[in-house]
Design a protein around this ligand. Structure first.
Ligand code: NAD
Length: 351
């Protein structure tokens, strides 16, 4: 099915309100998820609703928690998300960092104990809109690992995302990526759609490459992107996001349970600390033009900058609607029911 931004946001918002969230928190979380769908990352969109509902009903997700500053010294802040909606408490921590960076020129924010943060690029874009450069190292804990280290066949980490965002005079440059060869949610989406995953992303329980998304769940693992290099970056996300900011890394097996927690270490930098925003943006614009002027290689239509594929997807999906496969839609509506919505309430929003 194809569904438009407005009803999908309203449905997600109502699910979260039925879980007890305030309208404001429910709307912020819903809008973040739907924006992920619009930007082409269905893995981090409304398909997460069943997981969030399960997490709230079993008492993990605290739907009305706000982030709280637990340490504050100079340019450094440690902020506890208290297992609130990551989309809310992660943004609150980012706001605190932006405010601090305006004062000190650079802020380093440890944002710990966030329930799933969703698409990390959202926080980077938030910084870029404020004229800041940002770097985000994130780890993922709270459930068992699925990603094997380079050269190994046992899962040891998660898809630990990394993001770096640069403000421009127009749309920001947004490098926002899982450090696994494929995001776990994309394996879930492939499994729901019954399609194969690309080559060199998944390994079966014997460590043999496979295209079957079902390998996850039967002892298989996701590999890191870029072999030892992606593995190295994933490790830094684990150590900086998890070890430094969160004091919770994947090796604590007793804490591998049934929910998703993200810890994030952010560096937020005011370009005015250096040569100033305008001069920086001139360099960025010149470099962007330089890259865009590259002749496309065989099989490619053009060279893009990080963040452009998401904006292309958004333009397309705003105009034509967001595609949701039947299995995912079934899971979302069943979750809405578990949250307390009636079929009539759901139909009134989406039909
Ligand atoms: P991806 O592989 O689709 O894209 C990664 C990056 O590459 C993006 O910045 C994108 O703009 C850029 N890109 C893609 N094609 C490009 C091209 N042709 N030219 C130039 N740049 C290009 O993303 P992913 O690794 O599948 O991650 C998907 C999302 O999952 C991200 O938003 C990430 O934050 C999120 N994520 C979240 C968690 C979590 O625990 N919260 C965990 C893992 C991933």
């Amino acid at each position: 099915m194809l569904i438009n931004q407005a009803p999908l946001t309203e449905l997600a918002k109502q699910v979260f309100i039925h879980l007890g969230a305030t309208e404001e928190r429910a709307l912020e979380t819903a809008a973040h998820l739907v924006e992920a769908n619009l930007k082409g990352h269905d893995s981090h969109g409304v398909g997460m609703i069943p997981t969030y509902v399960g997490s709230a009903l079993n008492g993990r997700l605290q739907v009305n928690a706000d982030a709280e500053v637990v340490r504050d010294k100079g340019a450094v802040l440690l902020v506890d998300g208290k297992l609130g909606f990551g989309q809310v408490v992660g943004r609150q921590a980012t706001d605190l960092g932006i405010e601090r960076a305006r004062d000190t020129g650079i802020a380093c924010v440890g944002s710990r104990n966030n329930h799933h943060l969703g698409r990390i690029g959202t926080y980077g874009e938030h910084c870029a809109r404020a004229g800041m450069v940002s770097v985000h190292f994130v780890n993922v804990v709270g459930h068992p690992p699925f990603v094997s280290p380079w050269g190994g066949r046992n899962p040891r980490m998660q898809t630990n995302p990394f993001c770096c965002t640069v403000p421009t005079a127009g749309e920001p440059i947004v490098l926002d990526m899982a450090t696994s060869a494929i995001a776990l949610g994309k394996v879930r989406v492939a499994s729901m759609k019954g399609v194969a995953v690309p080559d060199d992303c998944l390994f079966d329980a014997e460590g043999v490459p496979t295209n079957d998304p079902g390998a996850i769940g039967s002892g298989g693992t996701l590999g890191p992107f870029g072999k030892h290099k992606g593995y190295g970056l994933a490790l830094m996300c684990e150590l900086l996001g998890g070890g430094l900011a969160g004091e919770w890394t994947m090796q604590d097996v007793s804490k591998q349970q049934d929910y998703t927690v993200n810890h994030m270490l952010m560096f937020i930098i005011d370009p005015d600390l250096f040569g100033g925003l305008a001069g920086f943006q001139r360099e960025v614009a010149g470099m962007s033009d330089w890259l865009h002027s590259t002749e496309p290689a065989r099989g490619f239509d053009k060279v893009r900058l990080p963040g452009e594929p998401e904006r292309e997807s958004m333009a397309e999906r705003l105009a034509g609607g967001i595609p949701i496969d039947d299995q995912s839609w079934g899971a979302i509506t069943r979750a809405a029911g578990r949250a307390g919505m009636t079929d009539e309430e759901i139909k009134a929003i989406v039909e």
